[in-house]
Ligand binder design. Structure first.
Ligand SMILES: O=P(O)(O)OC[C@H]1O[C@](O)(CO)[C@@H](O)[C@@H]1O
Length: 358
């Protein structure tokens, strides 16, 4: 069973809005974030102009060169945009700006927001494991790219599917658990607290935390963001130093596989990454983008079973996802009928979430 891939058309669709509105805004945000020299300013101008027309060739990203950004697979177009943004700010080229995360200013600011301080204060008192799982799930709502168009989204929304009992049943004496992280800051902090809980309680002996090898989709977590989150956590929570010890002794390992920034779904993952997932008792995929890559960025009929579209995945897999784009699977028919009738943009407004397990 399959469905058509999502593209940036038709005009007015969610994907169209990301390409048409969000990407130009992101370029402006990046430009304002750091004191870039004139040549980087010009490269950003060129990118702002390019995204209104045809995709220009970039080594390694030739598939859709010459096509309109709106006519090619949305996942590929978004990923290519982030790649080109990094190229424009000199992220890969030898020189003073090499390796400088263009999203670092917004990520660092988030670590100092009153919202995160409130989260941390709440975590100090709320330690039951369902609350930790819920915090990790809804932390995904706080991603900085999404806020560019959705405004401030906060609090918990409606959980459309909750297979958390099945997830907890898998997390009993697990040897290895893979956590495929999504955003830094307000999402990563509860993810780390959940990882700490799994290790402390013996629910897992080892956690493999997959992060991105380079900046991506604004707030996606890198190793540097893990370290920054641990420092912030250590200011108020003993899980911070505990997790640092777990990193030093190998119980918490961070991975940054190049495929984590690839413009493809996990159907195309390379054998070494598949082996990592296969070796885990369960892989927990965090967030919207990982979900799109897990099930395929397609116009699925929303009642299509999650088990079916993830049957290819090596090993057991769970998804903790707030819904922030048009992809939807595994939603009960009555919920689909009710939400469609409501007229709400329920697939993409970040107010709904799922916990799926296969
Ligand atoms: O941080 P998350 O949960 O992966 O969300 C990122 C999402 O943002 C978007 O870029 C726009 O909502 C989606 O295309 C993407 O899936």
């Amino acid at each position: 069973m399959t469905a058509a891939e999502i593209t940036g058309n038709p005009p007015g669709s969610f994907a169209w809005g990301v390409l048409h509105d969000r990407h130009p805004r992101l370029i402006a945000q990046v430009r304002d974030g750091l004191p870039y020299p004139p040549e980087i300013g010009r490269a950003l101008d060129e990118l702002a102009e390019e995204i209104t027309g045809e995709i220009r060739p970039l080594p390694g990203w030739e598939e859709y060169a010459g096509r309109s950004w709106y006519d090619v697979p949305f996942l590929w177009a978004e990923s290519c945009f982030y790649r080109k943004l990094l190229v424009a700010v000199g992220y890969f080229a030898p020189g003073p700006w090499q390796g400088v995360d263009p999203f670092e200013p917004v990520k660092s600011a988030e670590l100092r927001t009153p919202e995160l301080a409130d989260d941390l204060a709440a975590f100090a008192t709320r330690s039951d494991e369902d609350a930790l799982l819920t915090a990790s799930l809804w932390g995904n709502r706080a991603d900085l790219g999404f806020r560019l168009s959705a405004g401030q989204a906060d609090g918990d929304g409606a959980l459309l599917v909750d297979q958390s009992p099945l997830l907890w049943s898998l997390l009993t004496d697990a040897d290895t658990v893979c956590v495929v992280a999504d955003n830094s800051g307000r999402e990563l902090v509860p993810d780390l607290l959940l990882a700490d809980h799994l290790l402390v309680t013996g629910r897992a002996a080892r956690i493999l935390l997959h992060v991105k090898p380079c900046p991506y989709y604004v707030s996606d977590a890198l190793l540097t963001d893990v370290v920054a989150a641990l420092r912030r956590l250590s200011e108020s929570h003993d899980a911070g130093p505990r997790l640092e010890r777990a990193m030093r002794d190998g119980r918490l390992q961070v991975r940054a596989h190049p495929f984590s920034c690839a413009p493809w779904s996990y159907h195309r993952m390379p054998p070494d990454l598949a082996a990592d997932f296969a070796s885990a008792t369960v892989t927990i995929m965090k967030g919207d983008l990982n979900y799109r890559r897990l099930v395929g960025d397609r116009r699925w009929v929303p009642t299509t079973p999650f088990e079916e579209v993830t049957a290819y995945f090596p090993g057991r897999v769970a998804a903790l996802r707030t819904m922030k784009c048009d992809v939807a699977v595994g939603i009960p028919a009555d919920a689909v009928a009710r939400l469609d009738a409501s007229g709400e943009q329920w697939r993409s407004n970040g107010a709904h979430a799922v916990i799926h397990v296969r």
